[in-house]
Design a protein around this ligand. Structure first.
Ligand SMILES: Nc1ncnc2c1ncn2[C@@H]1O[C@H](COP(=O)(O)OP(=O)(O)OP(=O)(O)O)[C@@H](O)[C@H]1O
Length: 357
């Protein structure tokens, strides 16, 4: 039997043992227990579906809520030691990364059990089921910007082993009860198939759901990188403040990337036209400016010009006027020194087959 950190089997589990609320113990779950928790993976419990499987809400016998990702197409992937891979993920702990609570491997079933995030994902608030409720006021948006940057900076600079996320986007920024970011879907590497066999799952390279988030060099090489994460994070920042999708359709065959929409407004210093109109003008001007400029610095085409994630955290948190002047002086924000060009490769004409989202 595999040893999972902090292992305790379902049967002899001591219900009276006190647990630290923020750090539930990680363990192996039985399929029976997960069936009971999710009402047998009932459709009503389904939170959504990603490329690699469906996610279900569940409640354990102790009342705690979980999200269970039921991986599909595992049968082709016998060569991967599921338990070892999930254990590596589970050891990466940061308050703004989604915690893995455990896993289940029985027969052909492979499931990963996560903490449940009651406020779902950033994308559901910006464009999805919660967007009409306007729950993301300016303070929350700033908090999400900083906490998600801290999570990715942790993966890049402090985790052991260091991790490239490889799929930073708004649907992978979940929100806890305080609307703080919990970044998820990191380090799947070997766990997730390049192609599940049904054409549904693809590498980062040709995958529709990350359209607009993928840096030009990662799209070109098909390889993930820290600087690729920085680019994707920059797009998330711009999405967070504008409330617009990373790529918007201009007409039947052409789409426009978010940096191409925002940069000309920055040249003219029209920040009020950049910000999400749903905020009804309720935002802090200096903060808005800072987030927009940092987002654009991150989402530059040339990776060597982007800041690192720890620099991003510092830029977002530093409120000094000097720092702001330093950011603003970047040639990127000057129409003339930037050659008047907006070189966002996500704005190219997009072939019809990539258009579904
Ligand atoms: N821990 C969780 N708490 C609450 N909701 C979750 C949790 N994990 C995932 N979800 C929701 O379940 C849905 C599916 O998530 P999943 O991670 O499988 O797909 P995705 O990130 O949307 O796409 P992909 O897997 O293709 O990258 C999403 O809508 C997400 O918001």
């Amino acid at each position: 039997m595999k040893i999972f950190s902090c292992f305790c089997c379902g049967k002899g589990f001591d219900r009276t043992k006190k647990k630290v609320k923020s750090e539930p113990s990680r363990r192996i779950f039985s399929l029976k227990e997960l069936h009971a928790a999710t009402n047998s993976f009932n459709y009503d419990n389904k939170l959504g579906e990603g490329r690699f499987g469906s996610v279900y809400w569940g409640q354990l016998w102790d009342g705690s809520q979980i999200a269970v990702k039921r991986l599909k197409a595992w049968s082709n992937r016998e060569e991967i030691d599921f338990a070892v891979e999930v254990d590596i993920l589970a050891r990466i702990r940061h308050k703004n990364l989604l915690s893995v609570r455990g896993y289940c491997e029985e027969g052909q079933e492979r499931l990963i059990v996560y903490e449940y995030m009651p406020n779902l994902s950033l994308v559901s608030h910006l464009h999805g089921q919660h967007s009409s409720e306007s729950l993301l006021d300016w303070t929350r948006r700033m908090n999400i910007a900083v906490t998600s940057a801290q999570a990715i900076a942790y993966l890049h600079h402090h985790a052991t082993p260091k991790i490239v996320h490889g799929d930073v986007r708004a649907s992978n920024v979940l929100l806890d009860s305080e609307f703080e970011a919990r970044v998820t879907d990191f380090g799947y590497g070997k766990l997730m198939p390049d192609d599940a066999g049904d054409g549904a799952a693809k590498t980062t390279k040709g995958n529709n759901s990350n359209l607009g988030y993928l840096s030009p060099e990662c799209a070109e090489s098909g390889k993930e990188s820290e600087m690729g994460d920085v680019y994707s994070y920059g797009v998330v920042l711009l999405e967070l403040v504008t409330g617009q999708r990373p790529v918007e359709r201009l007409n039947q065959t052409t789409k426009q990337g978010i940096t191409e929409r925002v940069l000309p407004l920055v040249y003219d210093r029209k920040f009020g036209e950049i910000v999400d109109q749903k905020l009804n003008g309720k935002y802090v001007e200096e903060e808005l400016k800072r987030v927009v400029l940092v987002g654009l610095l991150c989402a530059q085409s040339e990776p060597e010009r982007r800041p690192t994630m720890s620099e991003v955290v510092e830029l977002l948190m530093n409120e000094s006027k000097e720092k702001m002047a330093y950011i603003e002086a970047n040639p990127l924000f000057n129409r003339i020194s930037n050659g008047g060009e907006v070189t966002d490769e996500s704005s190219e004409i997009i072939p019809q087959k990539q258009e579904q989202e």
